[in-house]
Design a protein around this ligand. Structure first.
Ligand code: ATP
Length: 452
């Protein structure tokens, strides 16, 4: 059974150290969260799974890790200064501010008044000052998407690798948006992470690639433990498309608060590379939107045969890490009623996402023989490189099992007095609660099969 409510997830996240309110001891900061000891592991595992499927398992994608601070010219020519805005309205009654398309029936969500101003555009980009002098010429933007620096590095990547069309550049990193009404826990925040691929293709092949990427991305989310029935595709209506998009398909997920966007897969055409390219007159293309006299780059590829330059099209699967974490937690959360009438909460996470892969627990706390053997087993298992293996000297096995159920640890390994005699341990499975005796010599293979 998926989580009953967002409150269940928020409570679990706080209790077990997945997600905390940022700056909490000073009353927090709206729309900003911190990831705790287990949250950072889960988040890293999700990002690693994405990186692995995008970069390591393919030979046509390269990685990038670019700066957050962005020259305003980049976001001028990308069209973000002009158009990256949400419609803002004020409630004249209680003076609160809202995103116009988030109002139910046009009424103020706080006081219910219908006395609402006309919507006006509110730009979502954060500005910050560079250097000690605060004036209009020395500011930078915090990037609102990771994509733009992929475009501005297009030529660097092309020149420094053997990439040829079709190929992609993948990036994971922070993005910032001054959301009018951040809400729903880590779903809509002001500081978040994106996993974005810009996949460059020959014009004319873009629509086929777009379809292929939509299928690939759906498959990938299913591999992260998301039930296909909770995923839907939304073909964004033409009048709602972002300024750069010819077509966008959103992967929607049934979050606890409703069906909402988890990932957007856009056909950005040649809009961005074209917009950042100088000397567009030399290029035999007609889709470049803004005339650019400031860039010094030609973000295009040259045909080897006829030497003509052309600007590739780009397909962009853009997923939110935080929304991904929320979806994965929501899918994994279960409350089981046990035969003895009690309940247990568990996170039935896929093993590759679990923050802790296995816990090694000596039966008796501080018993030298048991503790030494358990530590030894932890060290041996760590060498497998599967992720975090913890040694836990708490002595309360039942409590340990319950805690590890709740944080999604697939296996608990108990070291008891028999272990000292016959080198076998008890391995307990999170989902079935079944326990079996495994020889320590087989433990590495056992774990590799279950976790890898
Ligand atoms: P929305 O319509 O929900 O505001 P968007 O269409 O503006 O989202 P995109 O610009 O397509 O979002 O960004 C790509 C992805 O980045 C989204 O699918 C989402 O997962 C993530 N994302 C965007 N804005 C936020 C946010 N404020 N908080 C958390 N994740 C976000």
């Amino acid at each position: 059974m998926p989580a009953q409510s967002m409150e269940d997830l928020v409570a679990l996240c706080k209790r077990r150290g997945f997600v905390f309110q940022a700056s909490e001891i000073y009353g927090g900061i709206q729309g900003v969260y911190d990831y705790g000891p287990l949250g950072v592991e889960l988040k890293n595992n999700l990002k690693n799974a994405w990186w692995r499927s995008m970069v390591y398992e393919r030979d046509d994608v390269e990685g990038l890790d670019s700066a957050i601070l962005t020259n305003p010219r980049v976001l001028h020519y990308s069209g973000h200064e002009e158009t990256f805005a949400d419609p803002l309205v004020d409630c004249r009654q209680c003076k609160s501010r809202w995103r116009a398309d988030h109002l139910d029936d046009g009424a103020c969500p706080r006081c219910g008044s219908s006395d609402i101003t006309e919507p006006r555009p509110f730009n979502l980009m954060f500005k910050t000052n560079l250097g000690p002098v605060e004036d209009d010429s020395s500011f930078a933007y915090l990037r609102p998407e990771t994509a733009q620096s992929v475009f501005t590095n297009f030529k660097n990547v092309l020149d420094s690798t053997s990439a040829r069309l079709p190929f992609g550049i993948a990036q994971i990193g922070k993005a910032f948006r001054n959301e009018i009404t951040p809400r729903n826990f880590i779903f809509r925040v002001r500081e978040f992470e994106q996993m974005e691929l810009e996949f460059f293709v020959e014009p004319g092949t873009d629509e086929d690639w777009h379809e292929r990427w939509v299928e690939d991305r759906l498959d990938w989310w299913r591999q992260q433990g998301i039930n296909g029935n909770n995923l839907k595709l939304l073909h964004v209506p033409e009048d709602e498309l972002a300024h750069y998009s010819k077509a966008t398909v959103d992967v929607m997920y049934q979050f606890p608060h409703g069906l909402e966007e988890l990932e957007g897969i856009a056909n950005r055409t040649d809009f961005d590379l074209g917009s950042h390219t100088k000397n567009q007159r030399d290029l035999d293309i007609d889709a470049t939107v803004l005339a650019n006299d400031e860039s010094n780059a030609r973000l295009a590829v040259q045909d080897q045969a006829d030497r003509r330059w052309s600007v590739p099209y780009v397909i962009e699967p853009s997923a939110g890490v935080d929304r991904g974490v929320l979806a994965v937690l929501n899918e994994a959360y279960r409350v089981d009623r046990l035969a003895n009438g009690t309940e247990r909460t568990l996170l039935s996470l896929p093993a590759h996402l679990a923050p802790i892969k296995a816990a090694v627990i000596p039966l008796k706390r501080n018993h030298q023989g048991l503790v030494d053997r358990a530590r030894g087993i932890k060290t041996e298992l760590m060498r497998l490189g599967l992720g975090r293996i913890v040694f836990e000297n708490t002595g309360n096995i039942g409590k340990g099992y319950r805690r590890h159920d709740e944080v999604g640890t697939p296996l608990c390994i108990t070291v008891d007095f028999e272990t000292l005699e016959d080198e076998s341990v008890t391995v307990r499975d999170r989902d079935t609660m079944a326990q079996e005796r495994v020889a320590t010599t087989s433990l590495a293979n056992y774990l590799r099969e279950r976790i890898a």
